[in-house]
Design a protein around this ligand. Structure first.
Ligand code: GLN
Length: 534
């Protein structure tokens, strides 16, 4: 058990969406290359308890941890960059903090005191952070505060983090402020004033950043760094530039060149081994290969916002790198019907998870297209359910459907799980998190995984209706994965199709840049075969 944890707090300034999560995750990756154990915390100052009930349009993908928490997508970046499994507690929200404090107040834990933001809310925040440090038993704890400095919702968190530094000591907590340095084309120069202002705002909360990471479109020069160091009162070697990169996986290498690791190791007195970033460098090299391109069409309804399918996109990139090819992804809006000419140029199709009737039409069209043209199709969660529905319809079960969309369907091939029938609340009540799945021999699934039992993460209420299982099997649908008690169907496929596989779980949450997920690899292999077939 570690007794002294080191905390790196990452705040953001100037504008949002500058890749604060990627920056923080990259610092973590660099520290891992010194042989240090690292965990990460994402603080989301919104009032929602978790991300589960938020629309992907609001917040991008909902990431699911192994213990079944529906979290911010930054946890996905952390898992991929740090190569760790995080627990759901790693996503702290205002909702969770206040909920915990109010529950304690109701129990009478505050012994008659007036419950206030300082000290009760701030104490709760610190105790949650320290609990995660203990549970993960990692030497370094990255704490990313969502939003930008100056947001009203972020203030109790900044105050708690300021207190954390006083309590844990200057040598054990450091602050990294990520800002944006815009380039004004008309003036022909970079502008440091927004960085100066947001640092001033941070300092007004009692926090002096130890390092400033300047995001910018193009690289900034040393004179500009000196200016920022001078005006923002940080060491010159602690002003770091991170210009836009073509791939997020290059960010750890860029920050490493800027000597972020050396500065951090020294500043919070970490006991580091000699650095070895070679595994990551190999990943970046593999991701850059582009001599052979294979295409995938993602057929979904949130395609305008790429962040909605971020883990799927990254899983495809990992699998492509593993196979030495580049993946070209096209996003296809499933609300419109899917004419053949929209997809005929693609090597493969993928239907991601989703909720609600809207966009079902295009997804079912994609299934039919795959069946008629022998094009590889990967269905994930709702995608698998679409495969079952359309397969049933094409085999004579007219108007077969999921009761999610048509409660009166004559063939409810997808139906609500028994334990879901009594549930009224929407938040955190799906079948969530990791569950075991047994695989059948001599199937696409088993030969992809090269294993007979696996564990995958889930997020759904509906399932393949067992009453139709035998009939669907007699029509040729192969159930290649099921729960160990054989009660829940987890994977379906077609033996006589090049690659038609749907899984009820979300394999995309387990793919890592250095460990591509077997199902994504097998799927892309089939896409390559399809591309190369005459
Ligand atoms: N809406 C479907 C269900 O609840 C699928 C969910 C999903 O794709 N994540 O079962």
């Amino acid at each position: 058990m570690i007794h002294l944890y080191k905390y790196i707090v990452v705040t953001g300034g100037v504008v949002s969406s500058i890749g604060k999560g990627i920056t923080a995750a990259s610092i973590g990756r660099i520290l891992r290359s010194y042989g240090l154990s690292v965990t990460a915390i994402k603080i989301d100052p919104y009032l929602n308890w978790d991300s589960g009930t938020m629309s992907p349009y609001q917040h991008g993908e909902v990431f699911v941890t192994c213990d079944g928490m529906e979290t911010d997508l930054d946890l996905g970046h952390y898992e991929r960059f740090l190569d760790v499994d995080l627990l759901g507690e790693s996503n702290i929200t205002t909702g969770k903090v206040y909920d915990a404090v109010i529950k304690r107040e109701r129990k009478g834990d505050y012994l008659g005191s007036c419950v206030q933001i300082i000290p009760h809310i701030t104490d709760q925040i610190k105790s949650m952070i320290r609990q995660i440090a203990r549970d993960s038993n990692s030497q370094v704890v990255l704490v990313e505060l969502g939003g930008t400095v100056g947001d009203i919702e972020g203030q109790p968190f900044l105050e708690a983090l300021r207190q954390l530094r006083n309590e844990e000591g200057h040598d054990n907590v450091m602050f990294v402020h990520v800002t944006y340095v815009p380039y004004l084309r008309a003036a022909g120069e970079f502008k440091t004033k927004p960085t100066q202002h947001s640092t001033k705002e941070l300092r007004s909360m009692g926090i002096n950043p130890d390092m400033i990471i300047c995001r910018s479109e193009l690289a900034i020069n040393d004179a500009l760094k000196r200016k920022i160091a001078h005006f923002c009162d940080v060491d010159q070697e602690a002003v770091i530039n991170c210009p836009d990169m073509s791939s997020i996986y290059e960010v750890p290498l860029v920050l490493n060149q800027e000597k972020v690791g050396e500065y951090v190791v020294d500043r919070i007195k970490l006991t580091a081994k000699p650095q070895d970033l070679s595994e990551w460098e190999a990943v970046v090299r593999a991701l850059k290969k582009d001599d052979k391109i294979v295409s995938v069409g993602i057929v979904g309804k949130y395609v305008e916002l790429e962040d909605a399918y971020i883990s799927i996109r990254e899983s495809l990139k990992h699998a492509a790198a593993h196979l030495g090819v580049k993946v070209h992804i096209e996003y296809i809006q499933s609300e419109e019907s899917l004419d053949d000419d929209k997809v005929s140029h693609l090597d493969s199709l993928l239907i991601p998870g989703g909720f609600g009737e809207r966009g079902m039409g295009g997804k079912l069209d994609a299934v039919r297209y795959s069946l008629e043209h022998d094009v590889p199709l990967f269905g994930i969660c709702l995608g698998m359910q679409c495969m079952v529905i359309e397969f049933a319809r094409l085999h004579g079960m007219e108007n077969a459907h999921s009761t999610e969309f048509d409660p009166k369907t004559p063939y409810p091939v997808i139906d609500l799980m028994e334990e879901q029938k009594k549930i009224k609340n929407m938040g955190g009540t799906m079948r969530l998190g990791s569950y075991p799945c047994n695989l059948r021999q001599n199937t696409h699934a088993q030969s992809a995984y090269r294993s007979s039992d696996v564990e995958e993460r889930h997020r759904h209420r509906f399932e393949l209706n067992n009453e139709y299982r035998e009939e669907l099997e007699s029509m040729g649908l192969l159930i290649s994965g099921a729960s160990p008690d054989d009660f829940l169907v987890e994977i379906v496929e077609l033996p006589d199709h090049p690659w038609f596989l749907g899984c009820q779980f979300h394999p995309e949450f387990k793919s890592r840049p250095n460990r591509a997920h077997p199902l994504f690899v097998s799927f892309l292999q089939a896409a390559i075969r399809n591309k190369e077939s005459p």
